[in-house]
Write a protein that binds this ligand. Structure first.
Ligand code: SF4
Length: 341
């Protein structure tokens, strides 16, 4: 874990945000790549948001990357470029909630704020036999109150680290290792024989299905293609994508909607067949995205098209941040268009 090796609040912050959404084994390489490019708050402040999004590509939850950039800028405008060293100021920064503020306060500044991650919540929910979900009120309040009274002022960082490790290694999600646990005589779940029922979980909501139909238009004369930046409050905000029609698969005429893209780009319908049609799905936390990606040979101009489309050289495509499914297409772009031109 990065915080085992550093007291640098910047590095602890970045690792916390990355590890909120991915396992350590996966998140580690993202963390190293990010820190190599942005080794400190100054480098993050001096870059553009688009580059931060590019380095976040594949991690998902892009609002976190945007908040990282906002926070870096705010630290310069409000705190003269120095990371705040107290809990209330940390908590006031964009994208920094009680968990991350506690982690920075505890690991960087040795302040007595308990860290409540999933491992800690599970352990304490069992220890106290909390009968409601541990990361939602009122279960969360019971757990944080208990941790607040239990944390040791003298070694808060060691307390936090120990309790996180205990949850990860002994009081595991399934089959907790009660036979080697020193707390059996105090653990309420153990006493009540509820170690397999606790913590209480929230039933998972069904995911919303969304259908994204993309056109990749390759102009061999100019070796360029067309992209647009996503805007509005939706997934992948500010990332780039190819021309898109979103349609409802249940609607009677999705093809009619898709044909409007043919019209926009003056592709003859239905004469112009795509070079490739690729089908993919991507699972997000609350949504399942069904992709249809069609690749066309196209020699039009976008000057007359009243949209936010941009023409970019294929060689420059990889400098833009794309959602992970499109990013994989970008990395294979030359192979996909190669055999045809
Ligand atoms: S006795 Fe079992 S359930 Fe209770 S804290 Fe120990 S490992 Fe967790």
């Amino acid at each position: 874990m990065p915080w085992l090796e550093t007291k640098d609040p910047y590095k602890i912050w970045i690792s916390e945000i990355i590890l909120q959404q991915t396992r350590v084994a996966q998140g580690w390489s993202y963390y190293e790549r990010f820190i190599e490019r942005f080794p400190d708050i100054t480098s993050l402040h001096k870059t553009q948001e688009s580059e931060v999004l590019k380095y976040w590509e594949g991690l998902g939850y892009y609002s976190r990357a945007r908040n990282i950039k906002k926070t870096a800028d705010l630290i310069f405008t409000t705190y003269q470029g120095k990371f705040p060293d107290n809990y209330p100021d940390l908590l006031s920064l964009p994208g920094i909630g009680p968990y991350t503020a506690s982690a920075i306060a505890g690991f960087a500044y040795d302040l007595p704020y308990p860290v409540l991650d999933g491992n800690v919540a599970r352990f304490i929910a069992r220890f106290l036999a909390v009968q409601s979900p541990p990361m939602e009120p009122p279960g969360k309040k019971i757990i944080t109150d208990f941790l607040g009274s239990a944390i040791k002022e003298s070694r808060p960082s060691a307390f936090n680290q120990a309790i996180m490790n205990f949850g990860a290694l002994i009081c595991k999600p399934s089959k907790p290792e009660c036979f080697q646990c020193p707390f059996t005589s105090d653990c309420r779940a153990f006493q009540l024989q509820q170690t397999n029922q606790l913590p209480v979980t929230i039933p998972k909501k069904e995911k919303t299905n969304r259908y994204f139909h993309y056109f990749i238009l390759y102009n061999p004369k100019t070796d360029s293609t067309v992209i647009q930046q996503r805007s509005g409050k939706d997934i992948w905000q500010n990332l780039y994508e190819f021309p898109l029609i979103e349609h409802s698969n249940t609607s009677k005429h999705p093809q009619q909607k898709i044909n409007s893209l043919y019209t926009t780009f003056e592709l003859p319908v239905p004469k112009q067949k795509p070079l490739h049609t690729i089908y993919k799905t991507q699972n997000l936390t609350h949504q399942k995205i069904h992709f249809t990606i069609q690749i066309f040979h196209w020699d039009g101009l976008i000057n007359d098209i009243t949209n936010n489309y941009e023409t970019v050289k294929v060689t420059n495509l990889s400098t833009y941040g794309f959602p992970v499914t499109l990013s994989k297409i970008v990395s294979q772009f030359n192979t996909l268009i190669g055999p045809f031109f």
